[in-house]
Design a protein around this ligand. Structure first.
Ligand code: NAP
Length: 270
């Protein structure tokens, strides 16, 4: 059983991720700004202790690091999915300081504070994989979503940076499994064993991974398809929620990928 930390678990992609984890028997710790909404959506799971809601508004994160150190300590978090987000249909030249700050707090600073808390809390032999939701409006340079796209571009840069810091030049390898160790021990001769051990170790994946996933429009309350259609902005394909969830978990469990921004766009940008 894994323990999965999720932001934005009360709606859209985050909620679908939380339900996916619960369905496969994992435990969810959800950071949400609206506890009543979390209780409405996950009453039975909260009652059973399978989903733990923690209250924090991610639009102001000056206490978030301390909050995470204290509140997440009892849980040994294995996976983290950062889904909390807000949109703003506004050109960047029309966006003032407060709106810009809220955008960066919710998308970027929430991520940076939670990641550094998780890295601090992680035990030396503990695998940790993290995925943050980005958007194709970042690499596609989308004017109508100015500040939002800037924040998402920062997320993409941040995952590269954290990965570089953690995994180069001497990345932390995952430990060999019992099966792999047994196969090594079954070999004859110390030289052969050493070679097989070194080869297996070199093929092991990353112990700590961080990636971002940039989908195009996804069918959630945020994308508000009817509004986009009325504004003539529904030019991108609409991805089914289930497809995005599937890709998030594929990325989360891929032991060989870290520091990447994976684009999921139905081929809409090159
Ligand atoms: N939908 C798309 O087309 C699309 C495309 C590309 C990327 N994304 C990204 O995917 C992520 C999830 O989007 P979505 O479509 O699932 O959106 P959504 O349905 O609107 O869900 C957003 C979630 O973020 C939470 N949230 C917002 N501000 C918060 C704050 N200050 N503190 C704590 N939680 C906060 C919301 O909480 P409440 O439930 O309390 O409102 C909600 O649970 C976002 O980062 C978004 O930018 C979405």
């Amino acid at each position: 059983m894994k323990i999965v930390l999720i932001t934005g678990a009360t709606s859209g992609i985050g909620e679908a991720c939380a339900r996916h984890c619960l369905a496969q028997g994992d435990r969810v710790v959800a950071i949400c700004r609206n506890l009543d909404k979390a209780r409405d959506k996950f009453a039975a799971e909260i009652e059973a202790g399978r989903l733990v809601p923690l209250h924090y508004d991610l639009s102001c994160n000056d206490q978030l690091y301390k909050f995470c150190l204290a509140e997440l300590k009892p849980y040994s978090i294995d996976r983290f999915i950062h889904c909390a987000g807000i949109t703003l249909m506004q050109k960047v030249t029309s966006t003032g300081h407060d709106a810009m700050l809220k955008m960066f707090e919710t998308h970027v600073f929430a991520l940076t504070e939670i990641v550094r808390a998780l890295l601090r809390l992680r035990k030396p032999e503990q695998e940790l994989s993290m995925v943050a939701l980005s958007s194709i409006s970042a690499p596609a340079l989308n004017c109508t979503t100015g500040a939002y796209s800037m924040a998402k571009a920062s997320i993409d840069y941040y995952v590269r940076l954290v990965n570089k810091q953690l995994n180069t030049p001497s990345r932390k390898y995952l430990p060999l499994s019992e099966e792999q160790l047994a196969a090594v021990e079954a070999l004859e001769g110390e030289e052969q064993k050493d070679q097989a051990r070194a080869k297996a170790q070199a093929q092991a994946g990353f112990m700590v991974r961080i990636n971002s996933l940039a989908p195009c429009m996804v069918d959630t309350p945020m994308s508000d398809f009817s509004f986009l259609q009325s504004q003539g902005l529904n030019t991108l394909p609409l991805l089914p929620l289930a497809v995005v969830v599937q890709e998030i978990f594929k990325l989360l469990e891929n032991k060989y990928v870290s520091g990447k921004s994976v684009i999921l766009d139905n081929g809409s940008i090159l």
